[in-house]
Design a protein around this ligand. Structure first.
Ligand SMILES: [Zn+2]
Length: 379
């Protein structure tokens, strides 16, 4: 779900503004989430997931029955609905083991769209992803999260969403996922005291975005959204290096948010109790040491110590590095973290850990936020 091909629509500023006001005007009539149709059904979502996994080669109804454990009759009904909704297409015929050839089914990636947003401290990322999780349009707009406050940021968001949806039928838009710096209450959809941005304290971000855009909305901590941008190992971490250090975690195939949906405060593990003061109030946090590092290599090695701690604590086999700092110097970070990991793990030949830079680059967190919306479709 990480391929990235960025393109920009040729909509003029006028038409973008016009579309944005349409978005605002649609709000009262909107029924967020009403366009999920057949996909509210868990079995249909499971079948669609199998079709997506089959890729361009396609999959037969018989294989879908085998893969899902559903009866041939149930598969036939579900596929019929998915065909009627335009989510899958019949795409030629596969080899048969006898009898008549089997019709193959493939996903129609542009049948629906998901929007992904990253609220950064100085940039707003807005992208549109297709059902296959590919980015088809992406923009990074400068903002001042703390200085502007919610009103002007949501104005800009509505304008950009209007531009990106100008050529898209509204019923094809599944919703919008918004990633934000924490702490936040992911289930209630409300921000807590975002460090250094008091105008956003207790802001009901999810409902405000849903009302403003007339779309079903979800929110997620930025680092947790990042881990959703990669369909990788069931035991993986996404390390988000931006103004601070966070980690998104998937363990046993499930996203881990913790008791208050704030798991992953990776940067605030104390490595030196006598170290420099951290913005969280403690001393010697990894984040404070990383920020005080004299050289990029030293910063990367400190990060490696934190990653090694995390891998040993959770027995991870995949670590993905993302965020602006990594996008700027991927080789520096990958080399240094690899070296520290190999030194710290007792038996690196057995404890193999995949270490990569986020394939979606600067779009990773926003793409993961779009993945929140796509996840509801695919179950
Ligand atoms: Zn700290």
């Amino acid at each position: 779900m990480a391929s990235l091909s960025s393109s920009h629509s040729a909509a003029s500023a006028d038409s973008a503004a016009q579309a944005a006001s349409t978005v605002a005007a649609d709000t009262s009539a909107a029924r967020p989430g009403a366009n999920l149709t057949a996909l509210r059904d868990h079995n249909a979502a499971a079948v669609l997931t199998l079709v997506r996994a089959a890729g361009a080669g396609g999959v037969s109804r018989v294989e879908l029955a085998r893969g899902s454990g559903l009866t041939a009759q149930a598969i036939s009904k579900i596929v019929q609905r998915l065909l009627e909704d335009g989510l899958v297409a019949e795409s030629g015929r596969g080899a048969s083991t006898g009898g008549k050839p089997r019709t193959l089914l493939t996903l129609v990636p542009d049948a629906r769209w998901a929007l992904g947003v990253q609220l950064g401290r100085d940039a707003l990322t807005v992208l549109r992803a297709d059902l296959a999780g590919r980015v088809v349009d992406s923009r990074h707009l400068p903002i001042d999260l703390a200085g502007w406050g919610p009103g002007p940021v949501l104005d800009l968001l509505a304008e950009e969403v209007g531009r990106q949806l100008a050529s898209v039928a509204r019923e094809q838009v599944l919703g919008v996922g918004v990633a934000s710096p924490g702490p936040l209450d992911q289930q209630a959809g409300v921000l807590h005291e975002v460090t250094g941005a008091p105008a956003w304290n207790r802001f009901p971000l999810r409902d405000a975005v849903a009302d403003r855009l007339g779309l079903a909305a979800e929110i997620e901590k930025d680092s947790t959204a990042g881990v959703l941008s990669v369909l990788g190992s069931p035991n993986r971490a996404f390390i988000h290096l931006d103004h601070g250090l966070g980690a998104g975690l998937v363990l046993g195939g499930a996203v881990q948010r913790g008791a208050r949906t704030n798991a992953g405060e990776f940067g605030h593990q104390v490595l030196d109790p006598a170290g420099p003061r951290c913005r969280c109030g403690n001393q010697g946090c990894l984040e404070a040491l990383w920020q005080a590092a004299a050289t990029p290599d030293q910063a990367a090695r400190l990060l490696g110590e934190g990653v090694a701690n995390l891998v040993r604590l959770l027995d991870l086999d995949e670590v993905v590095l993302g965020g602006r700092e990594v996008a700027d110097a991927p080789e520096t970070y990958l080399a240094a973290v690899r070296e520290v990991l190999d030194a710290r793990l007792p038996d690196p030949s057995w404890q193999r850990v995949s270490l990569t830079a986020a394939p979606a680059g600067r779009d990773a967190v926003a793409l993961g936020a779009a993945g929140l919306v796509l996840a509801r479709v695919f179950g």
